[in-house]
Design a protein around this ligand. Structure first.
Ligand code: SAH
Length: 267
């Protein structure tokens, strides 16, 4: 699964501030992204880049340096360009969460890229033409241009969120050994019996009380171990302190045990 993050490359086109290159590397690494490509940077990453990378220098060291965008996109099946402006030309525009979902979904099949533009002028129309979609962070339209690394951070975070969501969907909740219907009936009979024995409540009212208690325990959906704990507590309340002396403390899964419980008129 982390493989899908490794297949997402961030391509910086014509960055001029080496500090931004470092800050993008840091933004990426915090979100589990590892692959950065630089297209015609004004300078190679330097000390300023390293300082701003603040520990993400491995990404900088591995970053490929390319002459043009085409070279940086080799092998990519999906390319999304980040734009600070809502372009007027007809270009499919995504919001960050949808962009992230697309990148994650397609990265399970191959390499994908997110392209970020120059600090001064963004991406040219020619560069946009290499993109399948554009993504725009819906900032205030009167001041919508984020710093390059800030934009990278927002988009990287959305990618991580989408990745985590997908992972959560995949990891099924480990199957719990839930108590069965008849085991729950055994618990309820035991409960009624115990409540009577300890003088709790009015038997006339017990119908309503038991309905409420059933609702409570059914909502909790106890597993077998939890059910046995509850029955152990009931047995203790009945004065049967040890498992050996208490038939009701026996395994609730044993139907014979349940049959020993008196039938309950109130449930
Ligand atoms: N002055 C440039 C903006 C450059 S900001 C312009 O008007 O296009 C540098 C890069 O950061 C942009 O090219 C884009 O890739 C990214 N970026 C900045 N703000 C963004 C936003 N609101 N949505 C998406 N990407 C953004």
């Amino acid at each position: 699964m982390t493989q899908s993050l490794a297949r997402i490359r961030f391509v910086l086109v014509g960055p001029t501030h080496t500090g931004n290159m470092g800050a993008v590397a840091r933004a990426m690494k915090t979100m589990g992204l590892t692959r950065m490509e630089l297209v015609a940077p004004s300078r190679a990453p330097d000390a300023e880049a390293l300082a701003r990378a603040s520990g993400a220098d491995d990404l900088l060291a591995r970053a490929g340096i390319h002459r043009d965008l085409v070279e940086a996109l080799v092998g990519c099946r999906l390319v999304i360009g980040a734009s600070a402006r809502r372009r007027t030309l007809e270009w499919p525009l995504l919001e960050p969460p949808e962009c992230a979902r697309q990148l994650i979904a397609e990265s399970s099949a191959g390499e994908v890229a997110l392209v970020l533009g120059r600090e001064s002028s963004g991406l040219t129309n020619l560069e946009l033409a290499h993109c399948h979609y554009l993504v725009h962070i819906p900032a205030d339209p009167r001041f919508s241009s984020l710093n390059l690394a800030a934009a990278a951070q927002v988009l990287a975070y959305e990618i991580r969120r989408a990745w985590r969501e997908e992972r959560r969907d995949r990891l099924e909740e480990p199957a719990r050994d839930l108590a069965t219907a008849e085991e729950m009936e055994g618990l309820y009979r035991h409960l009624v019996e115990t409540l009577r024995e300890i003088g709790f409540g009015d038997p006339e009212q017990s119908h309503k009380l038991m309905r409420r208690l059933r609702r409570l325990f059914n909502r909790a959906r106890p597993d077998r171990v939890e059910l046995n704990i509850l029955r152990g507590i009931l047995s203790a309340a009945q004065g049967r302190k040890t498992a050996e002396r208490s038939p009701r403390r026996l395994d609730a899964t044993n139907p014979a045990t349940q049959l020993q419980n008196k039938p309950c008129s109130s449930d």
